[in-house]
Write a protein that binds this ligand. Structure first.
Ligand code: SF4
Length: 636
């Protein structure tokens, strides 16, 4: 009789796999960091990392791959059609709906796509000697669920005794419940970050004959633990100083096998920190982080690397792989260390092209250091232009702060690719009206993208739905189309749906959508032409300044501010309270300052919120050259 979980493969080699639809232009940070860590812990263990999604991108074409990888449901349908061919009719409906706006995907069609990915995937599966590995680990993040399950199922059919471990953001907390019943091919799930749990598992697998002998490991969920309802725990690095640099050799080795016309310069995935430090001040809200966010499911607390560690890592990785682009995968950067990190990167003398996600409260001096270091693009946690709504989102920011950082990015030429969340449950007409009003002041800056709220498993909204007017939460119905009923009914998926005020939300946010589309069009039109000057800018004449406002369909309008008016406008280059303005200009009476500020707001040259004022025009010369200092920033 065969012993369940009996391992017959030696643990001298292990394999880590990342399947489609990860972004093809970046090596998987999960695979890179795990491989480097396991190599360090077990010098005699051979770790192979297969960034297999890159092979699929090369096969079907980068453009088509990219479109699919940017749309979760589109991505999940392709391998779903291979996993559950009997459900093709339902899966195709989801595919057609999601592909309707994209001619490239629509014209390719699900059948052709599924055929292409099956061919390349099966070739990889059949040509790999999985029997040589004692463990196969799959990193499963958004867009990788069905593709990973397809690989696992096919591999396990041929190698039933191979130990399969999964981890990644698609499986955390609640979502691991019942997993082993519906996907018995999976032996272990890593909850949260993988370095410590996976290395302990490897150690135990090397010493034991069967899975039954393996004791409970913090951070690992096994079938036995799930049956015994043992609660899911984290097991994460206390600090990140012991993490080696990620190892991306396998990704670059694969890229080298492509023909010259398929070659490109990848963006290196890098990390400064793990987790999220944003916590609403005690008592201000029932939950600590942003109401819509479930990223905290994956971590317990925030940790960041030292500036020296980050600087040498980026220096070494870019030297080793001969590419200058890097994307920081952090949820958000550490405030304290950021200035030193970017100042250090700036001193390396390399022309980096960097990306990072930041909070709207990131101070101007850090943005300046980022720009000098080569940060070309940022995603800011803007989410809304209504302070009322930002409060419901528990963002801890205000509309004036959002406008201020959008303005700084415009001035520093840092591309701001941030979102405006529409349809947030519980948002109302007053939120919409405030958004519409404030949008008028955002028009000189790079437009935001509107995104529809989606309900994440484990997010504060999901945990406390009634507080947001939600009557019921359940798995997103697209999973019901993709998966057979027994899977859909047993699993808690990461993307949830709800019954609440969605009809109302769709209706009230229509004018905002229209306005954002017009903003995008207007911004492109006003920035067309050979000379790129900002839409709203000023030139300083030392005791006067001239503001220039570009307009659609007519020439620019200009405004001249002289003497104290100029000084007040410059003083409000970052937002200032009226009290602070009055204190700064003690010789000028309030009844002269207030009408001036009001006039500037009426002309949309300044923004006002709750007695705080922000000048919107940006200098045609960088602030450091024109003599205005943002170091003067103690306006709390
Ligand atoms: S959205 Fe960003 S800042 Fe907010 S809780 Fe999530 S990770 Fe933290």
């Amino acid at each position: 009789m065969k012993v369940k979980g009996k391992r017959t493969y030696p643990l001298e080699r292990t394999v880590l796999v990342s399947t489609p639809w990860s972004l093809f232009s970046r090596p998987s940070i999960q695979l890179g960091t795990l491989k480097a860590y396991l190599d360090m812990q077990f010098p005699d263990l051979k770790v192979e990392a297969h960034h297999f999604y890159l092979k699929v991108a090369e096969t079907i074409g980068y453009r088509l791959y990219q479109v699919i990888s940017e749309r979760t449901w589109l991505a999940e349908t392709v391998y779903a059609a291979l996993l559950f061919p009997e459900r093709l009719e339902y899966i195709e409906k989801v595919f057609c709906r999601e592909a309707s706006g994209n001619p490239l995907v629509r014209n390719t069609g699900l059948e052709t796509l599924a055929f292409q990915v099956k061919k390349v995937s099966d070739t990889f599966i059949n040509s790999t000697d999985w029997g040589a590995f004692g463990l196969a680990g799959f990193s499963i993040c958004l867009c990788q669920l069905t593709s990973s399950l397809y690989f696992i199922r096919r591999i396990k059919q041929r190698f039933p005794d191979l130990t399969i471990v999964i981890g990644g953001s698609m499986f955390a907390g609640e979502s691991t419940r019942n997993l082993f019943q519906v996907f018995p091919e999976v032996d272990f799930v890593v909850n949260g970050e993988g370095e410590l749990p996976l290395s302990r598992l490897v150690r135990h697998l090397r010493d034991s004959q069967s899975h039954e002998e393996i004791p409970p490991i913090p951070g690992i969920v096994s079938q036995k633990a799930a049956n015994n309802k043992i609660s899911v725990s984290f097991n994460q690095m206390e600090d990140l100083s012991n993490l080696p640099s990620p190892d991306y050799d396998d990704y670059f080795d694969l890229l080298k096998t492509f023909s010259p016309e398929k070659a490109f310069f990848p963006t290196l995935s890098a990390e400064i920190s793990r987790g999220c430090w944003w916590r609403c001040p005690q008592g201000a809200a029932k939950y600590p982080g942003c109401a819509f966010c479930n990223l905290n499911l994956q971590w317990d607390g925030y940790r960041s690397k030292s500036p020296l560690q980050v600087i040498s890592e980026i220096d070494n990785l870019t030297t080793k792989y001969k590419t200058l682009s890097a994307a920081f995968m952090d949820n958000l950067l550490p405030i304290k260390e950021s200035e030193d990190i970017f100042a250090g990167l700036g001193k390396l003398g390399k022309d980096f092209r960097l990306f990072a996600e930041i909070r709207a409260t990131t101070p101007r001096h850090i943005l300046e250091a980022m720009q000098v270091a080569g940060v070309h693009e940022v995603q800011i946690g803007i989410e809304a232009l209504s302070t009322r709504l930002l409060k419901k989102l528990n963002k801890g920011t205000t509309a004036i702060q959002n406008l201020e950082i959008m303005k700084h990015c415009e001035e520093l030429d840092i591309v701001n690719v941030s979102n405006l969340i529409l349809h947030f449950p519980g948002s109302d007409l007053a939120d919409v009206e405030e958004t519409l009003r404030n949008l008028e002041f955002a028009l000189p800056f790079r437009p935001l993208r509107f995104v529809h709220f989606w309900l994440g498993l484990g997010s504060p909204v999901w945990q406390d739905p009634h507080a947001f007017g939600i009557k019921a939460v359940f798995n997103h119905p697209n999973y019901a189309a993709i998966f057979p009923p027994h899977v859909f009914n047993s699993m808690r998926f990461m993307i949830q749906a709800y019954r609440g005020d969605l009809g109302l939300q769709r209706k009230i946010w229509q004018p905002v959508k229209k306005k954002v589309r017009a903003w995008k069009k207007g911004y492109a039109e006003l920035n067309r032409g050979p000379s790129h000057t900002p839409i709203l800018s000023f030139r300083d004449g030392r005791d006067f300044l001239i503001i220039r406002q570009k307009r659609i369909g007519s020439g620019p309008s200009t405004h001249r501010l002289v003497g104290t008016s100029r000084a007040i406008y410059l003083f409000c280059q970052r937002h200032r309270s009226l009290k602070r303005v009055l204190a700064h200009f003690p010789g000028i009476a309030e009844d002269r300052i207030v009408p001036f500020l009001r006039m500037m707001v009426d002309k949309k040259l300044m923004f006002e919120e709750n007695g705080r004022y922000l000048s919107l025009a940006i200098p045609v010369r960088p602030a450091s050259i024109s003599g205005f200092s943002f170091k003067d920033r103690a306006d709390t």
